[in-house]
Unconditional design. Structure first.
Length: 412
């Protein structure tokens, strides 16, 4: 199986797909799957732009809307996770994962799916220590604080992934696992990104949560993005233990290293994205403590014996099959021939895929629970320092045209 790995998409689906098609023609080969490591920017219309945390000059429709509308169809099955530049209102609709557009699958805030006989897992968002232990209290429309905190990784989603026992083949995270630079050529890295050196030396560059998952899951492959550069590492898990091949990639820009093609042994195709039994069981078990306010999840109240839950899910999958639920459009799509809509916010949108999954698992729909309004949150975002990257900040230049320029606050 040939898999293409892409770093930060930033809504530029057209150019990424064209690059892959060019590669296929040059090498007389076929790509089976594209995985994207975040900042996908699944913006469907002008209203979605209001949930996208980017400086105004980067707030544009780009090309995802064409795939959402059906004007274009993704030429490869595409799996992506969220980063810190997302249409967060749309991804919240698909919190548990689902088709963001035909042939384009969002893994959810955390998730595991099967593609052929490969298991692919992922964690959306970036790590921020201040918000890590909070619940998912944010609801659209977001204010100046929640438009950032919505994409901060939560302990609840990490703990779900920590319950995975069966082998994961590929794992995706947007930011890098903390300490991963120890396992690669970090000196070469800081020659190109000198403002990383302080954080590398202080061991603050990267995600503590991702590092814990790396140690627990030990996948053969781990892919990341976020820092807009290519970096490879090889993690040896104990003497004689398994090895994780880590690779971070850049964003889609001319001359940047944003794509990598790898070949992984697998059963013969055809391949399709399917539900994963173990992950559905974990989702079902954990939903009873889904934290929907600022309060952290009560893990002590959770019964973690998964045997009965696995059997229940297995029986349901035997009845239904592992095929995912069909894509559904939930909002009007952008129309470039019409002026931008100034309509007021219309409330929550329940995605039929999410409703179908929860009904299948016998779970209540909780995503529009308003027991605590997002408006009560006025906590300041973590402090940032111009010209450096702090592990609790989101300061990565979007532009990247001049690596020597200072890192401007909020330009992630």
């Amino acid at each position: 199986m040939k898999i293409a790995v892409e770093g930060c998409m930033h809504g530029d689906l057209d150019n990424v797909y064209r690059t892959l098609q060019y590669y296929e023609s040059r090498h007389d080969t076929k790509i089976d799957l594209l995985v994207c490591c975040g900042d996908f920017q699944a913006v469907r219309n002008e209203k979605d732009l209001e949930s996208l945390n980017v400086p105004p000059k980067y707030r544009s429709m780009n090309s995802f809307w064409k795939y959402y509308s059906g004007e274009e169809v993704a030429p490869y099955p595409t799996i992506f996770i969220g980063g810190n530049h997302e249409a967060s209102n749309y991804l919240w609709e698909l919190y548990y994962g689902g088709w963001a557009a035909p042939n384009i699958y969002f893994l959810g805030f955390s998730g595991v799916v099967k593609f052929g006989n490969l298991r692919i897992g992922g964690l959306s968002g970036i790590y921020n220590a201040r918000n890590y232990h909070l619940g998912h209290f944010e609801r659209p429309p977001y204010n100046e604080s929640t438009i950032r905190s919505i994409y901060h990784v939560r302990e609840y989603d990490v703990q779900k992934l920590m319950q995975v026992e069966e082998p994961i083949d590929i794992f995706l995270s947007h930011d890098w696992p903390l300490g991963i630079t120890d396992c690669g050529n970090w000196k070469q890295l800081v020659r190109f990104k000198p403002f990383f050196e302080k954080e590398i030396q202080e061991r603050t560059l990267g995600s503590k949560a991702a590092a814990e998952l790396l140690e627990k899951l030990k996948p053969p492959y781990w892919f990341s993005a976020h820092l807009h550069c290519k970096f490879a590492a090889r993690v040896q898990h104990g003497e004689g233990g398994p090895v994780t091949n880590f690779l971070a990639l850049d964003k889609c820009l001319p001359g940047h290293k944003f794509l990598q093609i790898l070949e992984i042994e697998s059963a013969p195709g055809p391949y399709e994205i399917q539900f994963d039994e173990e992950w559905l069981a974990i989702t079902r078990r954990f939903n009873s403590i889904f934290p929907l306010t600022r309060e952290r999840a009560n893990f002590r109240s959770l019964h973690l014996d998964m045997k009965d839950c696995r059997q229940w899910v297995r029986t349901k999958l035997l009845e239904k099959g592992a095929k995912t639920f069909d894509f559904s459009r939930t909002v009007p799509c952008y129309d470039p021939s019409k002026s931008a809509s100034n309509s007021s916010y219309q409330g929550y949108t329940r995605n039929p895929q999410t409703e179908s999954l929860l009904q299948f698992l016998g779970l209540p729909y909780l995503l529009d629970n308003m027991s605590e309004s997002s408006e009560v949150s006025n906590s300041p975002v973590s402090s940032t320092h111009r010209g450096s990257f702090d592990h609790n900040s989101e300061d990565i230049p979007l532009d990247d045209e001049d690596d020597s320029e200072e890192v401007a606050e909020d330009d992630v």
